[in-house]
Design a protein. Structure first.
Length: 267
C-alpha cells in the first residue's frame, strides 16, 4: 500500500458548517502553508471548502483534498452518484482521497468497495481510504479492493494512541490520519501534557500534535478557525519532542474515546 505521502498536518473541517467562516478558514490555512484539506459529505460544508480552495493563491495541483462518503450513501450507485455531487460542490474534477466514512448503515464490503475502484478507474478519485475501521476490517477491505488503501482515518490522540492500528499502518504502508488530535481540548489538563508543555515552553495543543507527528506515518488533521490557532497548529509539524518528552506522554494511563460514534461501537 504505497504511494505519495499524505501532506501533514492537514486541516480538519468537521463542525465548521458556517459557509463564510469555513471558506475563510480554508483560504487562510492554505495561505499559511497547509496542503491537505479534509471534508466529508456528512459535514455539509463541501461547497464552502471548495470556495476556500478556489480563493487561495495556491495551485490546485499542490492541494491534497479528501472527502468521505456518508454511510447512508454506500450502496454502489449511491457511491458513484454522491461522489460526483461532492466533486461538483467542491468545484473539482478529481478528489485526491475518498474515504468510506464509517463501516455502517449501507456499507457492504463486496458491493461498496468495487464502486470506489470504479471511481479510481474513471479518474474521479486518485486514492481510496477508510475511516473508523479496525485492523480486521482493513484486512477485509484490502482483500476486496483493487486500489491500495492509502489512508485510514480514526480518532487518535494521547488518550487514544491507537497502537494496534499504528502497527498495522506501518506494516501495510498506509497513512494513519488522526482526527480529534487535540482530544476536544479535554486532554490539555492532563498532567503529563502540562509537564511537557511547561518543560518545552509549548502549548498543550502543540505537544499533542508534535507527539502525533513523531509517530510516522501519522497525519494529524486538527480543526481551527482563528488564524493564530491555524498557525500554531501548522508550526507543530516542525517541533521535535525529545525521548524524555515522548516517554512522559506515552506514560499517560488514561485511555478513552472523546468523540461519540454516531452509530454505536465503531468496530
Amino acid at each position: 500500500m504505497t504511494g505519495e505521502r499524505v501532506p501533514s498536518p492537514g486541516l480538519g473541517t468537521s463542525g465548521n458548517d458556517d459557509p463564510d467562516q469555513c471558506a475563510r478558514t480554508v483560504e487562510a490555512a492554505l495561505e499559511i502553508g497547509y496542503r491537505h484539506v479534509d471534508t466529508a459529505q456528512m459535514y455539509d460544508n463541501e461547497a464552502a471548502v471548495g470556495t476556500g480552495i478556489s480563493r487561495a493563491p495556491v495551485s490546485r495541483d499542490d492541494v491534497f483534498v479528501a472527502s468521505k462518503v456518508h454511510p447512508r450513501n454506500l450502496a454502489p450507485e449511491d457511491v458513484r452518484e454522491t461522489t460526483r455531487e461532492s466533486l461538483d460542490r467542491l468545484g473539482l474534477d478529481t478528489l485526491d482521497l475518498l474515504y468510506v466514512h464509517w463501516p455502517a448503515v449501507a456499507y457492504e464490503p463486496e458491493a461498496t468497495l468495487p464502486a470506489f475502484d470504479d471511481l479510481v478507474d474513471r479518474g474521479l478519485v486518485r486514492h481510496v481510504g477508510v475511516s473508523n475501521f479496525s485492523p480486521a476490517l482493513i484486512e477485509e477491505a484490502a482483500g476486496i479492493l483493487d486500489a491500495p488503501i492509502r489512508a485510514c482515518q480514526v480518532e487518535m490522540h494521547p488518550l487514544l494512541p491507537q497502537r494496534e492500528l499504528l502497527a498495522d499502518a506501518r506494516e501495510r504502508g498506509y497513512a494513519l490520519v488522526a482526527y480529534a488530535p487535540l482530544g476536544q481540548t479535554e486532554i490539555f489538563d492532563t498532567p503529563e501534557i502540562r509537564e511537557v508543555a511547561d518543560r518545552r515552553d509549548l502549548t498543550p495543543a502543540q505537544v499533542c500534535l508534535a507527539w502525533l507527528e513523531a509517530q510516522d506515518p501519522v497525519v494529524p488533521i486538527p480543526k481551527a478557525t482563528g488564524t493564530s490557532h491555524l498557525q500554531e497548529n501548522f508550526e507543530s509539524s516542525t517541533i521535535h519532542l525529545s525521548d524524555e518528552d515522548l516517554r512522559t506522554i506515552d506514560g499517560i494511563d488514561q485511555r478513552r474515546r472523546l468523540v461519540d460514534p454516531p452509530w454505536g461501537p465503531w468496530n
